[in-house]
Design a binder for this molecule. Structure first.
Ligand code: PMT
Length: 435
C-alpha cells in the first residue's frame, strides 16, 4: 500500500520563491497516494499560477475566502473539515506571523483556525528573516500550540546568501509527512468513530506538544532519563573561573521533550539561567567533578543517559584560596584533565543506553564517530558549531547528524531546539526498540 494512501492533505502555499518547489511537492505527495487540495495566498500567486496546481492535482485550487462560486463547490468550513493534515510549504515569515497571532484574514489562515487537523509548516525565508527575534518568537508560539515545523534547511538561498531558512527539498518534506502520518495520532484522527478533537486533546494529551511525532513516542513512557546540560565552571580563585558558551538550551529542550513523552527525567544542570522544565527533577552543579558525582549517583537503574553538557576538559590544578594578585609577569596556570563523565558511565557494567553529543567545528562526522567508538556509545548527536549564522552555543536552533554503530546515520534539519529534541528522542526510541 502507498505510504499516504487515502490521506487528505491540504497543501497551503504562501508567497515566496520556494513556491516553485511546491509543484514538485504536490506531485510527490500524490505519487505516494495522497489526495491533495491546494490553497494559495495572494503572495503565492505572484510566484506561481493556480493553474499549475490544478493541472498537477486534478482538483480546483482555492484562493479566495469570499468567492461565492468556490464556496458553492466546497465551502471553506467543509475544506477545513476535509483535511487530515494541513501542510503549508513554503511558510513565509509573514504567514507564520499571521498564524501565530490567530489571524483569519485570508482563506489559508482561516482554514488553519477553522480546522482541528494537525498543521505542518515548512518555513522558507531569507536567513536574517529566519533568525529575526520576531520570527523566533512566532515559531516558538506556533510550536507551543502543537504546530510542527519541518526545517528549514541551511544552505544557499535564492537571494545569493547562505544560511538557515531554505525550504526543505520536496522529497524530504514528503518523507516527514509520511513519518508523521504513520504515527499513532494520525491513525486516531482517521478513525471515523472518534471526533478529531477528542482524539487529539483527550486520548492523546501529548498531541499539543512541539513535535511531529507526539504519541509516536509512547515507548518512552515510564523510562528514566538522566540528562546533563549547560557548561561546567572550573574555578581559578574565589573570583575567577574557566567556562564555555553553553547556555543549556539544547539539554533543557531534551528534558522538556522527554517529560512530554511521559518519561521520568533527572536533569543535571551546570550554571544556566533557564527555568526547570515542568515535571523534571533538577540537580544544580557547577564543576565537572560535581557533575560527575551527581551523574554517577543518578544513573543507577536509569534507562537512558544523554550527555548534552559541555563539560570542561580541564580544571585548574591548584585553585587559589585567595584572589590572585596581578603582576607584570606572564601568568601560568597548570590545568589537569577532568574525568570523562560520559565515558565512565558508558563503561559501567549495568549501564543505561548512552547518548553523547559532539560539538565540532570541522570534520564533524570523523570526529563524532571517533567519540562514538572511543567512549563506547550507543548513539552520538553531532552539531556543527561556531558557524557565523548559527554558533549553536547559546542559539535557539540547531541541526544534528546522528550516528550510531555500523554506519547508522540520520540527519535532523535545522529547527528550533525543542523540535530537534523531539526528533532526537524519536531516533532514540527507535534505537532502543532495535537493541
Ligand atoms: O547549551 P547550548 O547553548 O544549547 O549548546 C548546546 C551544545 C552545543 C553544548 C550541545 O549541543 C553539545 O554539543 N554538547 C556537547 C559539547 C561537548 O562538550 O562536546 P565534546 O565533543 O567536548 O564531548 C563529547 C561528549 O562527551 C559530550 O556528550 C560531553 O557531554 C561528554 N563529555 C565531555 C567531556 C567530559 N569531561 N565529560 C563528558 O561527559
Amino acid at each position: 500500500m502507498q505510504a499516504l494512501h487515502n490521506k487528505k492533505i491540504l497543501l497551503g502555499i504562501s508567497g515566496g520563491i520556494a513556491s516553485y518547489k511546491s509543484a514538485i511537492l504536490a506531485r510527490r505527495l500524490i505519487d505516494v497516494g495522497a489526495d491533495v487540495r491546494v490553497v494559495m495566498t495572494q503572495g503565492a500567486q505572484a510566484f506561481i499560477k493556480p493553474l499549475t496546481f490544478q493541472a498537477l492535482t486534478g482538483n480546483p485550487v482555492h484562493t479566495d475566502l469570499l468567492d461565492p462560486a468556490a464556496e458553492a463547490a466546497m465551502g471553506h468550513i467543509e475544506l477545513a473539515r476535509w483535511a487530515d493534515i494541513i501542510l503549508i510549504a513554503p511558510a513565509s515569515a509573514n504567514l507564520m506571523a499571521r498564524l501565530s497571532h490567530g489571524f483569519a484574514d485570508d482563506l489559508l489562515t482561516t482554514l488553519c483556525i477553522a480546522s482541528d487537523a494537525p498543521i505542518l509548516l515548512a518555513p522558507a525565508m531569507n536567513r536574517l528573516m529566519w533568525s529575526n527575534e520576531a520570527t523566533k518568537h512566532n515559531s516558538e508560539t506556533l510550536i507551543s500550540r502543537g504546530i510542527t515545523l519541518l526545517g528549514p534547511d541551511e544552505g544557499e538561498q535564492a537571494c545569493g546568501e547562505t544560511g538557515a531558512g531554505r525550504m526543505l527539498e520536496p522529497e524530504d518534506i514528503r518523507d516527514l509527512v509520511i513519518k508523521f502520518a504513520n504515527s499513532k495520532s494520525i491513525t486516531q484522527l482517521a478513525n471515523p468513530n472518534s471526533t478529531k478533537l477528542s482524539a487529539r486533546a483527550q486520548d492523546n494529551p501529548a498531541a499539543n506538544q512541539p513535535s511531529a511525532y507526539a504519541d509516536h513516542h509512547a515507548s518512552l513512557a515510564g523510562l528514566h532519563f538522566v540528562i546533563t546540560a549547560g557548561p561546567t565552571v572550573e574555578p581559578i580563585d574565589p573570583v575567577r573561573y574557566i567556562t564555555n558558551r553553553s547556555s543549556g538550551k539544547m539539554g533543557f529542550a531534551l528534558a522538556e521533550a522527554a517529560v512530554l513523552q511521559q518519561a521520568r527525567v533527572t536533569l543535571i544542570a551546570g550554571p544556566v539561567s533557564l527555568p526547570t522544565p515542568n515535571g523534571a527533577t533538577r540537580i544544580d552543579v557547577d564543576t565537572a567533578k560535581s557533575m560527575h558525582a551527581a551523574a554517577l549517583n543518578a544513573v543507577h537503574g536509569a534507562d537512558v543517559f544523554i550527555s548534552v553538557a559541555a563539560v570542561a576538559d580541564y580544571r585548574v590544578d591548584a585553585i587559589s584560596d585567595e584572589k590572585i594578585k596581578k603582576s607584570d609577569e606572564a601568568m601560568t596556570l597548570t590545568l589537569v584533565r577532568n574525568p570523562d563523565i560520559l565515558a565512565s558511565i558508558a563503561a559501567m557494567p549495568q549501564r543505561p543506553f548512552c547518548v553523547g553529543f559532539a560539538a565540532e567545528t570541522q570534520h564533524v562526522e570523523k570526529y563524532a564517530r571517533g567519540k562514538l567508538v572511543k567512549k563506547k556509545l550507543d548513539l552520538i548527536a553531532a552539531n556543527h558549531v561556531g558557524q557565523p549564522d548559527n554558533p549553536v552555543f547559546g542559539s535557539d536552533s540547531n541541526s544534528l547528524d546522528i550516528y550510531w554503530p555500523e554506519e547508522g546515520h540520520q540527519h535532523i534539519a535545522s529547527a528550533p531546539k525543542k523540535q530537534v529534541a523531539a526528533e532526537l528522542l524519536d531516533i532514540i526510541a527507535e534505537r532502543l526498540a532495535n537493541r
